[in-house]
Design a protein around this ligand. Structure first.
Ligand SMILES: Cc1ncc(COP(=O)(O)O)c(C=O)c1O
Length: 406
């Protein structure tokens, strides 16, 4: 009898998604080719309305990438050279590099040990520390939380802190402008916080449609949502060389435009996003159940346990869309090697926190300064997660992890 080949499980298989929508995608691309209108135009405008409706934001502005979206979101919210912006050190590089590109200084604050999202309590502590405020937090203009892995950061916490800080400053009678909350929602399309959509929680919010994202383009693309029609108008100019009308320039912008083929593909996929996110949630529940049955895990977010696998905390206010299903694993790198040998995909988001990246050495932070982020970077492992995966595949992942620890 021929030996059966063990099941390979990819981290992400876009081919399966494509098989289900191929005809619609090709028709959408053909529509753009027939129109011979390739940059911005009606497809991008239609996508902007559809994303605004999905997120609950007033407006959306399509652009070239999630990174571009972050820059637009920061500049439109009033971040300017000389300002500082609080953000997490445990994110993709663009969350911080966009702050630098806006001319501001990122101020890295540690993450919550349960969710690994920017810790509102730690942010509050920094703001209450007067010395820190005058040194590190000069001209604080914004807080930029990242909805990591598809779960919203503690938006109530940030609102509370800003209110407190504003009242305190009013007492000191300073002329400082208020602090804006800007969402990095790159990983969180369709996510919610207390029933409100990611993208409608801050003054501006940036989404990425990079091909691995829950809603993904066939190339680079991004979008900014905002509660302010004026900011939306500003961003429309900024993404087009700061130009209110052709060949007239009031300020420096850039070419950050979205192309029509990406918008057309995204509109095909947008019809499915609620279903796809729901399937991700079901897969996450299956992982949770199988991990619990395997005896490998502690309860969600527990920091004390010596269990070989720990699951991240889920905020009760959050509707999590599981861009990634991430565990914290003992002997993580050995486990990853073991899974790779079994042809099971995994990834480390992120292996080196941003405050320790060589490019940010000018900020003067050192190992030990943000211990929760640093520990997470040593332990996190993202497991296969995409809507079309099967329970058999999830079972194979969890059984393989159990084999490794047995
Ligand atoms: C949290 C986060 N912010 C920003 C980005 C940047 O998006 P893009 O790759 O579309 O420029 C990404 C995705 O890569 C991301 O995951």
């Amino acid at each position: 009898m021929p030996q059966s080949v063990p099941l390979a499980v990819p981290l992400l298989d876009l081919r399966r998604q494509y098989d289900g929508i191929r005809e619609d995608v090709l028709a959408a691309i053909a529509r753009v080719c027939d129109s011979q209108s390739f940059i911005l135009g009606p497809e991008v405008e239609a996508l902007e309305s559809e994303i605004a409706a999905l997120t609950g934001a007033a407006c959306a502005v399509g652009c070239a990438s999630g990174t571009e979206a972050l820059w637009l979101a920061l500049v439109a919210a009033g971040v300017k050279p000389g300002d500082s912006v609080i953000t997490t050190a445990f994110s993709f590089f663009a969350s911080a590099s966009a702050i630098v590109r806006a001319g501001a200084t990122p101020v890295f604050v540690d993450v919550d040990p349960g969710t690994l999202n920017l810790d509102a309590v730690a942010v509050g502590r920094q703001l209450r520390d007067h010395q820190l405020r005058t040194k590190r937090l000069k001209n604080l203009r914004a807080i930029l939380p990242v909805h990591l892995y598809g779960q919203c950061a503690d938006m109530d916490g940030f609102d509370r802190i800003i209110k407190e800080y504003g009242e305190e400053n009013a007492g000191e009678n300073t002329q400082e402008p208020g602090i804006a909350v800007i969402e990095d929602a790159a990983q969180a399309i369709g996510a919610e916080w207390s029933g409100r959509g990611a993208g409608s929680l801050g003054v501006t919010a940036a989404f990425s449609f990079y091909p691995t994202k829950n809603l993904s383009a066939y190339g680079d693309a991004g979008i900014v949502t905002t509660t302010s029609p004026e900011m939306a108008e500003h961003m429309r100019r900024l993404r087009n060389h700061g130009s209110p009308r052709r060949y007239y320039h009031d300020e420096f912008g850039w070419n950050g435009r979205m192309d029509a083929i990406q918008a057309a593909v995204l509109r095909v996929k947008l019809v499915h996003i609620a279903d796809w996110n729901q399937r991700r949630q079901q897969h996450a529940a299956t992982y949770d159940r199988l991990f619990a049955e395997s005896g490998l895990t502690s309860s969600h977010g527990s920091q004390e346990s010596a269990a070989p696998v720990r699951l991240l905390a889920r905020s009760p206010q959050a509707k999590h869309v599981f861009h990634q299903y991430v565990i914290r694993a003992q002997r993580r790198d050995e486990l990853r090697k073991f899974l790779t040998e079994r042809k099971i995909g995994s990834e480390i988001y992120y292996p080196l926190p941003l405050h320790l990246q060589p490019v940010f050495s000018y900020l003067g932070l050192k190992p030990g300064d943000l211990p929760v982020s640093e520990q997470a970077a040593k332990e996190v492992l993202a497991l296969p997660m995409f809507p079309e995966m099967t329970e058999t595949e999830i079972r194979r992942v969890v059984e393989s992890i159990a084999d490794f620890y047995s």
